[in-house]
Design a binder for this molecule. Sequence first.
Ligand SMILES: [Ca+2]
Ligand SMILES: [Ca+2]
Ligand SMILES: [Ca+2]
Ligand SMILES: [Ca+2]
Length: 271
Amino acid sequence: MSIINASPTVRNCHFENNAGGGIFCGQYGAAPLIDACTFRGHPWSAINCGDSAPTITNCLITDNESAEPGAGIFLFESDATISNCTIVNNSAVYGAGGIYCMFSSATVVNCVMRGNLPTEMSGGGTTATYCNIEGGEPGEGNIDADPLFVDPDNYNFRIGPGSPCIDAGDNYAVPDDVDADLDGNPRFVDDPATVDTGNGEPPIVDMGAYEFQGESCPADLNGDGIVDIDDLFQVLSAWGSCDECPEDINEDGTVDIDDIFAVLASWGPCP
Ligand SMILES: [Ca+2]
Ligand SMILES: [Ca+2]
Ligand SMILES: [Ca+2]
Ligand SMILES: [Ca+2]
């Protein structure tokens, strides 16, 4: 897709393996909103913008490779806002694999950037806040921690229970007309099991393209996809009163026989 001297909204699109990259935007201040799109497997920059001001939000940008810097996002003489994107496993021959700025500025907020080679972001002009960036990046609210993707080997970059990305974003970075995540689920959801470390009035937005919607399998305490004896032992090890501990599956403030029954009731593989 080429966006020339125009400012459309591009929403809910999937770009894959296009020879020239996914989106080119440019000329005379093109200011598109690119929302809830996925970009995968391009042999060039997934998003390449020149002389423009794109807002890129809720996007998953993965497994793009480029002979130039910026396999994920390449910016030339541009001013980009990049929020709630998951930018992983992109590789450039040199420069940053994730985001590369040339005579540009990029405001990067609420993003997860991991596994981009040779570096996550470079070129100057980037500021990152409330992001999870491998190797660390200076800036308010930034962390460098395993995001606990659900199944990254199969391109499932949703965040799992206990992810440090949950409730860790900046609510003020979400564009005004955006209220859903990449799955179309509500963008602002509180996870009661996670202490809010982000910025704003609760519920606090998560980092990355996917908002954690709550546990589908709360009795799988060790998160291995099956409710079994190991989870039962974990309940026993936390026996007694507790405040918001995961072993208190029915959330009544006490780990007791009722929580044992809750484990037994969902015994077996998680749905
Ligand atoms: Ca949240
Ligand atoms: Ca919370
Ligand atoms: Ca388990
Ligand atoms: Ca309980």
